[in-house]
Design a protein. Structure first.
Length: 120
């Protein structure tokens, strides 16, 4: 059960980040002037992708609360780092972002760390 809750947390957080990026690409960049913040946030928070990202963040929090209530935090928390791995991979695939060699090396270190923790 704990692994399912952690999986839901990681998957929902990853999806939330990707949807947020997609929504903000449609909304446009953050405004240069302070007076344009309210229209920017109104446009962002009425975008279906951004709304979906917020809802998935809530799902993440709910699943995470349940996971942490059932397992040691020092054991389950490193699994959340897998969202970094998945976000990098899907950002490369969906948004054609440049994920350089150093980032991939960091991702390999993250995966190794999660593997080590999972064996403890």
């Amino acid at each position: 059960m704990v692994y399912l809750l952690v999986f839901i947390s990681v998957a929902a957080m990853t999806a939330a980040q990707l949807l947020l990026k997609k929504g903000l690409l449609l909304v446009g960049g953050s405004p240069a002037h302070l007076g344009d913040l309210i229209p920017f946030f109104l446009k962002a928070y009425t975008n279906i992708y951004v709304i979906s990202a917020v809802l998935l963040t809530i799902v993440t929090a709910l699943a995470w609360v349940l996971a942490v209530s059932k397992a040691q935090l020092s054991y389950v928390y490193p699994f959340m780092a897998l969202s970094y791995v998945l976000v990098a991979l899907f950002s490369l695939l969906f948004f054609k972002e440049d994920v350089g060699v150093l980032r991939w090396l960091g991702i390999i270190v993250i995966c190794a760390g999660v593997f080590i923790v999972s064996r403890s």
